[in-house]
Design a protein around this ligand. Sequence first.
Ligand SMILES: [Zn+2]
Ligand SMILES: [Zn+2]
Length: 769
Amino acid sequence: MIARVSLEITLRKEFDYLIPPELTGQIEVGSRVQVPFGTRKIFGTVTALAEESGHANLKPILKIIGTQSLVTPKVLKLARWISEYYCCAPETALKSVLPEAIRKEKDGWKKQLFVRALDLSGEFPKLPKRQQDVWNLIEERREILLTKLIELAETTAATVRKLEDRGLVEITSEISERDPYAREHILPTQSITLNSAQAKALGEITKAMDAENPSHIFLLHGVTGSGKTEIYLQALAHALEQGKGAIVLVPEIALTPQTVERFKARFSSGKLQTLVAVLHSHLSAGERHDEWHKIRQGRARIVIGARSAIFAPVEPLGLIIVDEEHESTYKQEEAPRYHARDVAIMRGQMENAVVVLGSATPSLESFYNCQRGKFTLLELPERVDNQKMPHVRIVDMRQAREKGPPLFSPQLKEAIHQRLDRGEQTILFLNRRGYSTSLQCPKCGYVANCPNCSVALTYHRIDQRLSCHICGHNEKVPAVCPEPKCKNPAIRFAGTGTQKVEEVLAKLFPKARIKRMDADTMKRKDDYRHVLGDFRAGKIDILVGTQMIAKGLHFPNVTLVGIIYADSALHQPDFRAGERTFQLLTQVAGRAGRGDVEGEVFVQAFTPFHPSIQYARRHDFTGFYEQEIEFREQLKYPPVSRVALLTLKGRNEEKVKFSAEHLKRELEKTLKRASSGGASVPASRLENFPDGSPGVSSHQEIKGSFKDLIIAGPAPAPLLRAETFYRYQIMLRTRAMSALSRELARIIGSLKLPADVSLAVDIDPVSLS
Ligand SMILES: [Zn+2]
Ligand SMILES: [Zn+2]
């Protein structure tokens, strides 16, 4: 027998190996193996088995890793789709579907030594005193961890071994599973009675799950606090009743112990009881290993995790939930540059599973797909328990501008005062960490920029340093303007970060207990949960933070939310700037009024009449969508079309620019031909997929026409220089993205670039910087 193996080196090629007699019957599609390659030994994954090979002199597989195949055939198929659609090497796609801790050679289980009593008859010769003491402890417990026994009996391993020699006990090495949530005290919960909108939404979901062909995609659009999670929980219970498993994706930052507990608590007891496995980047390698194998062995039937949990080996899969589906963190920023929401949709179609996307502020892509009948829209227009939506007030900051923009308008100051008097809590949001966003000389106009990137350095007051938020470069604050001819000592800081907000706040409200939450203060694994725990317990009055505090937090005593500068994200060179601002304002505002008291939100803005701000004030998603989609239609931006962003980078700017122009000519030449020829797009495995690419009709895909193709650029990237590399971009827009990806793979495969210029292809990018 022959095994075809995809190696862990990017050769875009698979190799045939002999299955040696001692491994016959053990190797299957998806097995991880070690094989000889040249003089090296390399890991790889078996992608197919065959009776014979077209090649001669095959080498044998050296060994198999693990006792079970690690990549299931279904996940293997998904990895193939990722490689083709996202235009990356198959090896890169395949590597991303298994956690690092699983790919390794060692089996990864933590083994510990247990001591077990064998002879409980009591009919054995008297033991020496020290051995007798140890034996008494073992006899009492029957079985005990060796390290624990040594500690309790104040003895040594040698003494225990003497008991083993006498045949009284056995010492065995056994797997001891790591449970990252073992310390949590989780109280079981029961289903909550749904309101009529929730019941209707759940009814539609379960009806689709019971259908003969359950591959169906829902968009659950529910305002903040509308009880989406309870619907998820009851839909998950339905999957378990059907004998199926499920995957729940949550943005990494929202994967708080609070969130995880809600899911574990529901399924920790009762007749549907199952393990809930958790996968995210804050687990240790060992914990991740054990969680993953609980899924692979079918012991954990529900998986909750961040982006890469979409590859969890759940079988059979009945349901995939993508919460906060609009979140840009679902997109991986390095190869393979997949979007977990879109991978979820594809996996749902391949495995006949229902997919539920949930959000208070759906992405334009998903809402557009509802409008076109590809997804089914489910709406929850009201908060549960008759909670009202918070009252949003826009504060026009243009009036108060004479002495430079103030941080706090009189209205916001007054509102904070009231909350402190009443013992209620406040959340203040600013999109920027650090103290000041730049260091400027008012005399000569000098700005302190990063030597490696084309951005200004941010001043961090605590350590008195200037630092770059792109590459991490940092330096001391100069005493005078560094321009040789200037040397102005009155160099000053401009712009505002969260550090400054915290400091000004402490002066305004000296008695308030204030805590800051951003990437600078949340460096350790447990910082986040400690601060949230203190906030929940009422030990903090005002929480100041960045995006970190915008997501899914639910604190009943928060009655005020202040957004310091609402328009700071509006002026970025990205067609999604308006959409991001609307989402952020709605999400942050949604933190207010989650208890009995109605919430109030103050939005301070310099462009108070901007549509993103006004629609967010009225909680009007549909209104926002309608005006925004018109703009996207006009410019042929997603979701009306799809984007492929090609970024070339290198240290020599001229070379990068020249390479980008060369690539543009190649693209024009080839794609124009493909466009006029119509059928010149090669047949591919992709066409076997039920729907080409997510959200685009397969009919269009197969024709492969690029008549709507727009090629823009090359142009310097908005962030021209990052980490010493110059960057130029070409942007392609078309509706037929699967076909374009295939063409791109061919063009790039034969493209000759200088050795010091590299090219990154990003299909459906979420960041254009
Ligand atoms: Zn100067
Ligand atoms: Zn930098």
